[in-house]
Design a protein around this ligand. Structure first.
Ligand code: 5BU
Length: 474
């Protein structure tokens, strides 16, 4: 928080109390929309029902523009900050832009409404900054259109890493309140107790948003060191296995006959670290197939991953994991999981392991490889938060370097020796480019299974991936 004059300080304190009284700032036990517990909840959307407070907030927020020269456009991050940006635009007589919230799939649709020239300096208005991803998404669109973005004015900085993430992209962050400052104002005004201050402070120390940046320590750190940062036993095993076998290859054995998968595993087993299955496509699945697969995994030292992409409520996924024809929990070292259901899905899977003694791990899907996937922005960041909150998660499935946690493994599908795509939306990148985009473990399916010489091609992928990893960590 900036140093303010006495008058501004008094105004901010009064405004903090006003926001508290209209329930824009809430303290207690809350569960976020993705199922994480939090002792503090900000909902500045309610200001639209209190026009006087909204007008005061917009006025004081615009005071942050002092010393900022040549602001020629104002853009509020949708939706909560839009009314604030509108008021600021009207009061300052500076034009405003609206960034659409729709996904990129609507290719030809304009992403920005309003008139502007390339080079216009646009300031960003936002209500609350946590990870910074919403501001960064808005900035990305504005910059793509040739606008300059140097400053963002924010009502509350939650002090969870967002400021740094935004500053890493060359944007200054000026906030009216940090949580610490806000707590102090409310405590002085007898609106909250010292216990609330302590709970919130402890929470903030524990839950820092993952860094959103290009440069990353994770990419430079070798697997054997990262193994000591992993919380999940399968994660530790996988780090060590990659190092030992000098392989970061996960084979997607998307074949429909049990024997074909077993033959493939027998051929390439020594060169892969994970064999990934979709057992629901195997026409003659039976217990014998599972038994043989487990024997081969043991013989050649690779892990079994069932790419089940669980996505239901806790109780259902617990049953899907243990029961039915496939009894996945009994044999798959690793499963994949969508984050769409929130934290409860991880709890559900854990519950499905009551009768299993062996270690098990989860790869949480944050981004998908297919064209037009909806897994972007806040969704991906929330998936990472859930993943970081559980010792069952050994890694993240994503396409780019979007998390920093050294102990988690990035699994990236959509890999082929040349950049290409298939007819059904799959998009491929080369082994070297996925490793440079943060992949620790790369999924190759048809690039190998449809090759003329499967063994030679497996070795080619293995070697290219390993060389790229060595170069990345050198
Ligand atoms: P391919 O033959 O290399 O395209 O196979 C890729 C595999 O990875 C296939 O089993 C998919 O189900 C899996 N996959 C993917 O391609 N993209 C994703 O985002 C996820 C999984 Br998650």
């Amino acid at each position: 928080m900036l140093k303010y004059s006495t008058a501004m300080d008094a105004e901010l304190k009064e405004l903090a109390v006003a926001l508290f009284e209209i329930d824009a700032l809430k303290f207690g036990d809350f569960v976020t929309k993705i199922g994480l517990k939090t002792p503090v909840y900000f909902d500045l959307r309610v200001i639209v029902s209190h026009p006087k407070i909204m007008a005061r907030l917009a006025k004081v927020l615009w005071k942050l523009s002092e010393n900022c020269s040549d602001i020629s456009q104002i853009c509020g991050v949708p939706y909560t900050a839009l009314p604030l940006a509108t008021l600021i635009s009207v009061n300052s007589n500076i034009p405003m832009l609206i960034k659409r919230k729709e996904v990129k799939a609507y290719g030809t649709m304009k992403m920005i409404e309003g008139q502007f020239k390339p080079g216009d300096n646009c300031v960003i208005i936002e209500d609350v900054v946590t990870s910074g991803s919403s501001i960064l998404e808005t900035v990305q669109v504005l910059r793509k259109e040739g606008l300059e973005v140097k400053d963002s004015f924010v009502v509350i900085d939650r002090e969870q890493g967002g400021r740094k993430n935004i500053e890493n992209h060359g944007i200054r962050v000026k906030s009216l309140y940090t949580i610490t400052g806000l707590l102090a104002y409310l405590l002085e005004s007898n609106k909250i107790t010292p216990k609330i201050v302590k709970d919130v402070t402890d929470y903030l120390l524990r839950f820092q948003a993952p860094t959103i940046c290009v440069q990353d320590k994770r990419l430079k750190t070798p697997f054997h060191i990262r193994a000591s940062n992993a919380k999940n036993a399968i994660g530790i095993k996988l780090f060590n296995l990659m190092e030992m076998k000098q392989s970061t290859l996960c084979l997607a054995a998307d074949l429909t006959k049990a024997n074909d998968i077993l033959e493939l595993a027998n051929l390439v087993g020594p060169h892969i670290v994970v064999l990934k299955t979709h057992v629901d496509i195997v026409e003659d699945f039976d217990n014998h197939f599972v038994k043989r697969l487990k024997e081969l995994a043991k013989k050649y030292d690779f892990l079994l991953m069932e790419d089940r992409k669980f996505a239901d409520i806790g109780n259902t996924v617990s049953l899907q994991y243990q029961k039915g024809i496939y009894k996945i929990a009994e044999w798959a070292d690793i499963v994949t999981v969508h984050a769409v259901a929130g934290q409860s899905i991880v709890d559900g899977l854990k519950n499905g392991l009551k009768d299993i003694d062996e270690p098990r791990g989860i790869f949480m899907l944050a981004e998908m490889s297919s064209k037009g996937a909806l897994t972007n922005g806040d969704y991906a960041q929330n998936a990472i938060s859930i993943a970081q909150n559980s010792d069952m998660v050994c890694g993240i499935v994503c396409q780019s370097n979007i998390f920093m946690n050294l102990g988690l493994i990035q699994l990236t599908p959509g890999v082929k020796l040349s950049n290409s795509s298939d007819d059904l939306g799959q998009q491929y990148n080369t082994p070297e480019s996925v490793v440079n985009s943060g992949a620790d473990l790369a999924v190759v399916g048809r690039g190998i299974t449809e090759a003329e010489n499967i063994l030679a091609t497996t070795l080619e992928y293995k070697e290219e991936l390993w060389a790229a990893y060595k170069k990345r960590t050198a």
